[in-house]
Design a protein around this ligand. Sequence first.
Ligand SMILES: [Zn+2]
Length: 928
Amino acid sequence: MVDDVERAVAERECRDLWEQVFQVNPGKGGKYYLNVAFPYPSGAMHVGHGRTYTVPDVIARFCRMRGRKVLFPMGFHVTGTPVIGISRRIAKGDEKTIRLYRDLYRVSQEEINQFTDPMVIVRHFSGEYERVMRSLGLSIDWRRRFITVDPHYSKFIEWQYKHLGEKGYVVKGIHPVKYCPQCENPVGDHDLLEGDKSEIIKFTLVIFRYGDALIPTATLRPETIYGVTNIWVNPAVAYVKTRIDNVIYILSREAAEKLRIQDHTVEIIDELSPGALIDQRVSHPLCGEITVLPAEFVDPDMGSGIVMSVPAHAPFDYIALRDLQERGMYREIVPIPLLSVEGYGAWPAKDAVERAQINNQQDPRMESITQDVYSTEFMRGTMFPQFGGKAVREARDEVAALMVERYGSLYLFDFDIRPVVCRCGGRVYVKILRDQWFLQYSDAGWKEMVYDQLARMDLVPPEVRAEFARTVGWLKDWACTRRVGLGTKLPWDPAWIIEPLSDSTIYMAYYTIAHQIKAIEPSKLTPEVFDYIFLGRETPHLPKRALLDAMREEFLYWYPYDFRFSAKDLISNHLTFQLFHHLAIFPPELQPQGIVVFGMGLLNGAKMSSSKGNVVLLEDAIDEFGADAVRMFLLGSAEPWQDFDWRNELVHATRKQIERFSTTVTEAYGQTTDRQGGQVGVWLLSRLQSRIERVTAAMEGFQTRQALQEAFHGSELDLKWYRQRRGTEPPGPELSLLINTWIRLLAPYIPYTCERLWHHIGKQELVCSAPWPTPNKALVNTGVELAEELIQRTMEDVASIMKLIKINPASITLFCAPAWKWQIFRTIGASNDRRGALREVMQDAEMRKRGKAAAEATNQVATLIHRLSPELIDQLMTTQVDEVAVFSEAKAFLERGFGIPVYIEAAERSTHPKAANALPFKPAIQIG
Ligand SMILES: [Zn+2]
């Protein structure tokens, strides 16, 4: 076996030879265009990425061998704020970030020092990605590589947005964002020291009247206003009297500050002493007059710092009220139910608290039972008839709208998890951006186009179809611009930058021209130029007309793309967005044709995560096991849509398998002779034809694991049997044919090994461009296949009987079933009603004569058939197997195998009691 250094050299030589093959231009013959979600290169690649790119590569290599022109391109996505955040953290000397880059990604300190410029990070890692992708053997046309901040690409995005804008798909609206007042900037999750998982939630402020002032209570469930019995204030908090937009409110100081950032004029007038509000009376038209009660669970930094109490439906409210009542206070208050929900009584909050046996407000389980009650009521609750009788899901938005329209409610945005802290150390707030641009994914007509396209598409695996439909259904308008980050400026409002998920939706079209467009200066790339290339629209005075024609021709050659590959977590955004955009920009005949969705990667059973260090770097894996072993493991351990689990010991075992394959092929090639290999030689070639068929079918269905099993292990088993049957006889020419085919079937998976072996067996051309094997029907011989299968099955039966008996056996006798039992076999095999088979068998007069023996045989044969595969039954129905002849031919082989004499008898000519047990394709066995 070649050692690691030799292997590395051989792999490099291979890559040099491949380069030309993977650079593809339009030409004769069918085309196949597949692409994969491009990576965001801000750290090193791990083995999870390895699978994402190897699956399309195997398909690409397969299609190339089938004679298609195959385009597999790659670019790098670098827009947005992540690299800016990283460079800022490195500039500030953030230890955690520096450790990640120095220790896990192994970047030299010298380079890290330059990472204060985000473009250096982008260039470093996109270079690294390309290098590692090349060493993995990916068959990418690297001439088309680009990064999403290239000026040429920006011009393309400007063109895309010009069209989206003209078609009315980009609209202005308000948008809440995370905002750091110290930095005076919106902040992305990567810019946060704490709270990067926090989500922005929208509270409705339900406004209660208190004398001349108003008291806002924040709620996510405005429909529960009908069940309010009191409101809660924290007795330790000094609330403030505040003029907000010229109206006087009482709320927490923190809430006043939040409203100030959310575009209200806020002026604090006075501070109330703690407890001043307790026992005061307040009112709201929808619940009447109620009392203010004290509760310690009320957080002045959440919402308005004052909440309404719905003890029938909120566990915290229920338990706080119960505590007070147990101390003899507020006994007159009774929880008011407002909705019914299956599985709970009138007061769901009470049920939940009692079922969990919770005794006080501090119990840590309070959060989770609250979530249970809230989500159950939302999903399955129905409002009482006097409150409208609608599903809670519908009632919620309606009541919120009513509150705002008629009862002076405001909205307040806040975080669900706190604290949220900026990298600068300052606190992060929710700010409202008023002139934010949105892609109007809520547009019903646009959605309709996507539904129609999905119906025409090939989605793999089929179960993702429902998930796509769901995503299109709930998709709302998407804030598509940001104030900060790398990227393309919105053409008509250049203060905004198009955000990363919105500038990566039709770049598959850009790949088709990416290598040619570099010849044109970016300043000349007007929207008219792209209109010509992609839409065929003529305009006078276009630059470099001949080049534009070539690009248009190339675009039309490759488009529409055939398949896009991506992980399943992108269905809810990218994969669906790209359909919206294709439909908005390109004509119907150029729409996406198919999508293959991947499962996730695990490492020793746990989710892979770079930030937690739970990853194996792809490059390390390639260095340790070789690219082929990495590829074969990634594809052999699960189908693309299943999750896979990386385990070093299993990858090691895969490497051993490849070495075994390589040794087998090399040795066998040297031993082959011109002498035909008899029956088992015919068998080997016959088997090979169905293997080719099955591998090809599995590949066509993207079942890359199934195809590998067939190609690798299936062929290996066949070869083993062939050798066993040949004994000391040298292998015949059929073995050459097997080897020749075997190498080609495995070439997409382990390309380096297969190139070497292909060369070894004297081929001049590269295996990556050799023709994919096709089955030769003339070589299929079902009779011989059945004969060998009969021998294999019988040997297994003999072996298992031998294991059971204690004595040293002296001989084996095989009794073969008589013709009339085969007749029963065929009758049952052809019958639609196998349980009623006895009646059918007995319709035959000859059978009736056999009486009890025929009835018994029918039962036994029915049981036997039940255990055979439908495929095998079909073959046995149509092909005669002369069992005595089969075993007589194999007598010497069997005797060699078992080391004792083997006798073969027709059961009907024997008086031995065992002979009566002989069944078709299952001889009776006597070991003596
Ligand atoms: Zn800050």
